[in-house]
Write a protein that binds this ligand. Structure first.
Ligand code: MGD
Ligand code: MGD
Ligand code: MO
Length: 768
C-alpha cells in the first residue's frame, strides 16, 4: 500500500497524476472517515502555497512597525540562511539564548518525524536553547488543576482513560457537559486510522443508555441517538454541578464511605455547598438563576445521577473560559460524592466529545515519536502568554507555584503553528508582533502568521516527504510515503534545519548521522521494541511495515477504567497528590499565593457572562469548526463551501435575530471593546437564545492595514476574545467565550478576499 499517508483528519489513500496529488480517499479500515480529507488535493496545490523563501522588504531596512503589510521579496535558501544565521548569532551574543522565543505552539503535521516545532526546538537545543511555551491551548487550565486534584492528567487527555466498551457495559446514564460533537471527533492528533466515536454512541443508543447533553449549542444534535439537550448559559456549568451536589446532601445521598476512604478535604467543602461558610445555599434555585436551567430539572437530574450507574464527562471547551479550572474540579468532586470513581466504566473523565478516539480501547504505550531533546536554557512561559511576554519584557508572573520573568525577545520563530489563528485578542497580538527585531515563520501556506513575519521559509506538506504517524488515542500507525516532489523550493523541516545545523557546526547532534529513511526506521523500531517489551505485541519489522503501509496494535482484552487500580487498593496505588487521594481541598493551592483560586472548587462569577451582559449584548462561544481543523484547509473543500457570501457563518437563534432585524444570510457586524469582525448570519434553533456561535479558523483578514482597530472581514472570533487568563494559577487561555454586540451590517458590499498573498509574491504561480 505505497499510497497510504496520514493526516490529523485520518489516514488517506493518495492517488497522483503528472506529479500532482489527484485524489485523497478514506483509508480502507476507517469506519467513519472525515469528509474534510477530500479537500487535500486542492490544498496541496493551492495558490496560497509558500513556494520560495521570502523576506519582508521593509525589514531589510530595519522596520518593525509594519508587519502584516508591504511587499516581500523571494530569495534562495542560502540568502535566507544568511539572514537567519546572522540574526541568531547577533541575538545569542547580545542577549544570550533567552532572546529567542520558539515555543512555536500549534498543530504541525500528523507525521511525527517531520514535526515542525520539534525540529525547530531540536535545532535550537543544539545551539544553547530558547524560550519555550508550556502546556497547550486545548486544555492548559485542566493541565494545571488536574494534577493537584487527581495526581496527573490521564483524566484530561491521552490514551489511558476509561474505555467505551466498559462505559457501555456499566453506565446507564452519560452526561456530556459541552455536548458530544461528532464533527470534533473527526480529528485526532497524530492521525487516526479509524474514527469510532459515532459507533460508540450508536451502541449506547441501542442499549438504551440515557444521554444528556448540557450545552448552549446543540452540535450534532440530529446525528446523536435519543438524548436530552439541556440549554445552559455559557460559563456557568460549575453552578449546575454545585446544585446537583447540594441536592445529594439535602437528600442524604452522598457516598460518605467513598469520600472518607478515597478523598481528602470534603469536610471543608460541604459547608460551602450548604452555605454554612458563606451564607449562600448552592441549591437548585440558586443555580437556576445562574445557569438558566429550571430548578425542577436540576433536582430531577440529581436524583437520576444518584439512582443510576453514571459516567460524567466534560468537553475541554469548559475550561477554556475564565475560572476554567473550576468545572473540571467540581465534576470530579461530584463524581466522588456519587461514589462512582473507579467502578468499571463509571465515574468521570474529560474530552470524550472533544477529539476523536478518546476512550477507544488501545494498549497504554506511547506512539512513535521524535524528540527535541533537552533545552539547555530551560526557560518557558505559559502557552497563552506570548503577547504578554513580547509587550512586557521583565514582567513577572507567578505560575502554578513558580515565579517567572518574561524575557526580552529579539527573535520570534514559529514552525507548525498559527498564532494569528489561535491567540486571543488578535489586535493585541498585532501590537505584540511589532516588538521583536525579527520574526521567522516556517509555513506551507501564506497564513496570517506568515504574512506577519519577516522571513518566511517554505515547508513541504506530508505528501512531499516520507514520514511516520502516531496518535496517542489510536491503534494504527501509518507508513507515510512520499507521493510527489516538493512544490517550488519547499523543503522538509528536517532539510530546513539540517541546513542551519551545518552552518552552526551542530549537524551531528541534530541529525545523528541519519537520513530521512534512517530516522523513520529508528523511530519505528523503537516503537516496535516497546510494543513487544511492554505488551508482548509483535509488529512487523520496518521493511514489511513500510511495504504494507501501516501497523496496528492489538485491541486489549479487558477494557480499562481510570482509577480502578486506585479504588482497588489505595495504599498500593495512591494518586500522585500530596495526600495520595482525590483532593477536594487542595493543600497545594491552600499554601500557594494564587489568591483568586480557592482551595476547593467553587462558583466564581466571570467578568463576561450573560448574568452581567447589557441588554443588547449576546454571549459568543467560539467552538471548533466542523469544516476544517483550526485554520487548516480553510480555503478549500468543505470549508470553502461552508462560507456564506465569502464569510464565516455565525449561528444565532431566530429570536435574537428578529430583535435585531437580522435575516438568514445577512452580513452582520460583531464587535466589542477589543475588536470587530464581519460574518454571515445563519439562523438556527440549535443555538440557545442569548448566545451566538462563531467557529474558529477563518483566516484573519483585516480591512485595509493590519492595525489595531482594523475590522476583520472574514469572521475570526479572536479579534473579539479576551486576554484575561483562566486564573493566576494556570494563566491559561480563557478565550472560548466573550460578550459581544451583533447588528446587521449597514453596508452591503465589503471586500471578500479572505486569503490574500502579500505584495511581491506573484499571483502567477509557477508550474509545479
Ligand atoms: N477563540 C478561540 N480560539 C481558539 C480556540 C477556541 O476554542 N476559541 N481553540 C484553541 C485550540 S484548542 C487550539 S489547539 C489552537 C490551534 O491553533 P494552531 O494549532 O496554531 O492552528 P492551526 O491552524 O492548526 O495551525 C497549524 C499551522 O501549522 C502549519 N503546518 C502544518 N504542517 C506543517 C509542517 O509540516 N511544517 C510547517 N512549517 N507548518 C505546518 C499549518 O499550515 C497551520 O498553519 O487554537 C486555539 N484558539
Ligand atoms: N472539526 C474539528 N474538530 C476539532 C478541531 C477542529 O479545529 N475542527 N480542533 C480539535 C482541538 S485542537 C481541540 S482542543 C478540540 C476541542 O474540543 P472542545 O473544546 O470540546 O470543542 P469546542 O467545539 O470548542 O467546544 C465543544 C462544545 O462546548 C460548547 N460550550 C461552549 N461553552 C460552553 C459552556 O460554558 N458550557 C457548556 N456546557 N458547553 C459549552 C460549545 O458550544 C461546543 O458545542 O477539538 C478538536 N476537534
Ligand atoms: Mo486544541
Amino acid at each position: 500500500m505505497a499510497d497510504v499517508s496520514a493526516t490529523h483528519w485520518g489516514f488517506v489513500h493518495v492517488a497522483t497524476r503528472d506529479g500532482r496529488v489527484d485524489s485523497t480517499d478514506p483509508f480502507v479500515r476507517d469506519r467513519n472517515p472525515s469528509p474534510l480529507i477530500a479537500g487535500l488535493p486542492e490544498a496541496i496545490h493551492a495558490p496560497t502555497r509558500v513556494l520560495r523563501p521570502a523576506i519582508r522588504k521593509a525589514w531589510l531596512e530595519g522596520d518593525r512597525e509594519n508587519r502584516g503589510e508591504g511587499a516581500f521579496i523571494e530569495v534562495d535558501w542560502q540568502t535566507a540562511y544568511d539572514h537567519i544565521e546572522r540574526e541568531l548569532r547577533a541575538t545569542i551574543s547580545n542577549k544570550g539564548n533567552e532572546g529567542i522565543f520558539a515555543g512555536s505552539y500549534g498543530w504541525g503535521s500528523a507525521g511525527r518525524f517531520h514535526h515542525a516545532s520539534t525540529h525547530l526546538k531540536r535545532f535550537l537545543n543544539t545551539i544553547g536553547g530558547f524560550v519555550d511555551q508550556r502546556q497547550t491551548y486545548s486544555f492548559a487550565a485542566g493541565q494545571t488543576i488536574c494534577p493537584h486534584v487527581v495526581g496527573d492528567n490521564r483524566i484530561l487527555f491521552g490514551g489511558e482513560t476509561t474505555e467505551w466498551p466498559a462505559i457501555l457495559d456499566n453506565a446507564r446514564v452519560i452526561v456530556f457537559f459541552g455536548g458530544i460533537n461528532l464533527s470534533n471527533a473527526q480529528i485526532a492528533a497524530g492521525g487516526p486510522g479509524n474514527h469510532a466515536t459515532a459507533d460508540w454512541l450508536t451502541e449506547a443508543g441501542r442499549r438504551g443508555i440515557e444521554i444528556i447533553c448540557v450545552s448552549p449549542v446543540h452540535d450534532s444534535g440530529e446525528r446523536l441517538p435519543a438524548h436530552e439537550w439541556l440549554q445552559i448559559c455559557p460559563g456557568t456549568d460549575t453552578a449546575l454541578m454545585l446544585a446537583i451536589a447540594y441536592e445529594l446532601v439535602r437528600t442524604c445521598r452522598v457516598d460518605n464511605a467513598f469520600l472518607d476512604r478515597f478523598c481528602s478535604g470534603y469536610a471543608a467543602f460541604e459547608p460551602y455547598l450548604t452555605g454554612k461558610s458563606d451564607g449562600v445555599r448552592k441549591d437548585a434555585d440558586w443555580a437556576s438563576g445562574i445557569t438558566g436551567i429550571p430548578a425542577a430539572t436540576i433536582r430531577k437530574l440529581a436524583a437520576k445521577l444518584s439512582d443510576n450507574p453514571v459516567f460524567l464527562t466534560a468537553s475541554w471547551s469548559l475550561q477554556r473560559q475564565e475560572n476554567g479550572e473550576q468545572p473540571l474540579w467540581m465534576l470530579i468532586t461530584l463524581a466522588a460524592m456519587l461514589g462512582e470513581i473507579g467502578l468499571p466504566g463509571r465515574g468521570v473523565s474529560f474530552g470524550y466529545g472533544s477529539m476523536g478516539n478518546r476512550g477507544d480501547p488501545r494498549p497504554a504505550i506511547s506512539s512513535p515519536g521524535f524528540k527535541a531533546g533537552q533545552n539547555p536554557l530551560g526557560r518557558f512561559i505559559p502557552v497563552a502568554r506570548a503577547a504578554d511576554m513580547l509587550l512586557d519584557p521583565g514582567g513577572k508572573i507567578h505560575f502554578d507555584g513558580e515565579d517567572l520573568v518574561y524575557p526580552d525577545i529579539d527573535i520570534v520563530w514559529w514552525a507548525g503553528g498559527n498564532p494569528f489563528h489561535h491567540h486571543q485578542d488578535l489586535n493585541r497580538l498585532v501590537e505584540a508582533f511589532r516588538k521583536p527585531r525579527t520574526v521567522i515563520v516556517n509555513e506551507i501556506w501564506w497564513t496570517a502568521t506568515a504574512r506577519h513575519a519577516d522571513i518566511v521559509l517554505p515547508a513541504t506538506t506530508a505528501f512531499e516527504r516520507n514520514d511516520i504517524s502516531g496518535s496517542p488515542t489510536d491503534r494504527f500507525t501509518a507508513a507515510m510515503h512520499k507521493q510527489i516532489e516538493p512544490l517550488g523550493d519547499a523543503r522538509s523541516e528536517f532539510d530546513i534545519f539540517s541546513g542551519l545545523a551545518q552552518r552552526f557546526g551542530t549537524i551531528e547532534a541534530y541529525g545523528e548521522n541519519r537520513d530521512e529513511m534512517g530516522w523513520l526506521e529508528h523511530i519505528y523500531e523503537d516503537y516496535r521494541f516497546r510494543a513487544l517489551e511492554t505488551l508482548g505485541a509483535v509488529l512487523p519489522a520496518f521493511a514489511a511495515f513500510w511495504e504494507r503501509g501501516y501497523a496496528e496494535l492489538p485491541i486489549p482484552e479487558q477494557a480499562y477504567t481510570l482509577f480502578a487500580d486506585f479504588r482497588g487498593n489505595p495504599t498500593k496505588n495512591p494518586l500522585k497528590t500530596p495526600s495520595g487521594k482525590i483532593e477536594i481541598w487542595s493543600s497545594f493551592i491552600a499554601n500557594s499565593r494564587h489568591e483568586d483560586v480557592h482551595p476547593h472548587p467553587r462558583w466564581v462569577e466571570p467578568r463576561e457572562w450573560l448574568g452581567k451582559a447589557e441588554a443588547a449584548q449576546l454571549h459568543m462561544v467560539s467552538p471548533q469548526p466542523a469544516s476544517r481543523l483550526h485554520g487548516q484547509l480553510d480555503g478549500v473543500g468543505v470549508s470553502k463551501r461552508s462560507k456564506i457570501k465569502g464569510r464565516e457563518p455565525v449561528r444565532l437563534n431566530p429570536e435574537d435575530a428578529e430583535g435585531r432585524g437580522i435575516r438568514d444570510g445577512d452580513t452582520v457586524r460583531i464587535w466589542n471593546e477589543r475588536g470587530e469582525c464581519l460574518a454571515t448570519a445563519a439562523l438556527t434553533e440549535h443555538v440557545m437564545p442569548g448566545v451566538i456561535a462563531l467557529a474558529t479558523g477563518a483566516w484573519y483578514n483585516p480591512e485595509g492595514r493590519s492595525r489595531k482597530g482594523s475590522r476583520d472581514l472574514h469572521g475570526n472570533p479572536n479579534v473579539l476574545t479576551s486576554n484575561v487568563p483562566t486564573s493566576t494559577l494556570s494563566h491559561a487561555p480563557a478565550q472560548h467565550s466573550a460578550l459581544v454586540f451583533v447588528e446587521k451590517a449597514a453596508k452591503s458590499a465589503y471586500p471578500d478576499i479572505h486569503q490574500k498573498l502579500p505584495d511581491g509574491i506573484g499571483r502567477e504561480r509557477p508550474e509545479t
